[in-house]
Design a protein around this ligand. Structure first.
Ligand code: ADP
Ligand code: MG
Length: 257
């Protein structure tokens, strides 16, 4: 860490570059929501998110998924290969919830009837399969973007888009099947990918499977009472719980044997 050069601070992580070119992420206790308007610090949050990211990166790599992850070097620090982050994020949704529900309700998005069950369409209903979408990452106000526009802009070609969609579905399947026996529903999640500076290959980057980038719901509350009991950043967004405690609870469930 001593010789590492500070690069910048993101909303939740600080980034350093080591002399060997790898980068170090320091997971801080910062939390932000609503495009950075709501901010706070929650003790232990950085360690919890770092621990979970390392856990999932190791699991995904063991399943053959290519990622930027190298090693965890402290409770709140991980080392990764530096990549060129793609200017889009991938969001995978298993429920009609959050901004997808808001856009659907206003008639701003056509989800496609094969994703929707036949009954009344309401907030929080399950989708028949994962609905994937791309959103921009470096624009002043980030927005959903079509695959055609991504290709037009030269950010990815068709086969690269298909590749990251396939990887995202696989990652979702791995996480879902691990979480269900631990009493957690994976409602949706966000991933970032980047291009390896060595060979241009697109690999998984940033963080994965943390309550900052996933919506986790308590399975019993959902199944028994039809209730959405959030175990993720929604507790902060909506002021419905202590983030440190909720993140720790989710981490303990995930780490439990
Ligand atoms: P943000 O405010 O963008 O959410 P974070 O606090 O999450 O930032 O810090 C992580 C930043 O580092 C993000 O901008 C992310 O795109 C970027 N990043 C993630 N993985 C890599 C990597 N392997 N190489 C370079 N940049 C990365
Ligand atoms: Mg981030």
């Amino acid at each position: 860490m001593n010789e590492a050069e500070f690069i910048r601070s993101g909303k939740a992580k600080d980034i350093y570059r080591r002399p060997d070119g790898d980068i170090i992420f320091v997971f801080t206790d910062r939390v932000t929501a609503f495009d950075g308007i709501k901010k706070a610090d929650y003790k232990g949050k950085g360690e919890t998110c770092c621990k979970l990211s390392c856990f999932w990166f190791e699991k995904l790599q063991a399943e053959g998924i290519k990622t930027h992850f190298k090693e965890c070097i402290a409770p709140n620090m991980l080392v990764a290969e530096e990549v060129s982050i793609l200017p889009v994020e991938v969001i995978a949704r298993n429920f009609l919830y959050g901004s997808l529900w808001k856009r659907y309700k206003k008639g701003e998005i056509d989800i496609g009837s094969d994703f929707l069950v036949q009954e009344e369409k309401k907030e929080g209903m399950p989708l028949t399969k994962s609905f994937l979408e791309f959103t921009t990452k470096f624009e002043r106000v980030d927005r959903p973007i079509t695959e055609e526009e991504i290709i037009e802009k030269g950010w990815m070609d068709r086969s690269e888009i298909e590749h990251i969609k396939k990887e995202t579905r696989r990652i979702g399947d791995i996480m879902k099947s691990y979480l269900i026996p631990r009493g957690i529903i994976l409602a949706d999640f966000k991933l970032e990918y980047g291009r390896s500076k060595e060979d241009g290959a697109i690999i998984l980057a940033d963080e994965v499977g943390t309550p900052d980038v996933c919506r986790f719901w308590d399975k019993d509350a959902h199944e028994q009472r039809g209730e959405i009991l959030s175990l993720d950043k929604d507790v902060f967004r909506e002021g419905k719980g202590n983030l440190s405690e909720v993140y720790l609870e989710v981490c303990n469930r995930i780490m439990a044997q």
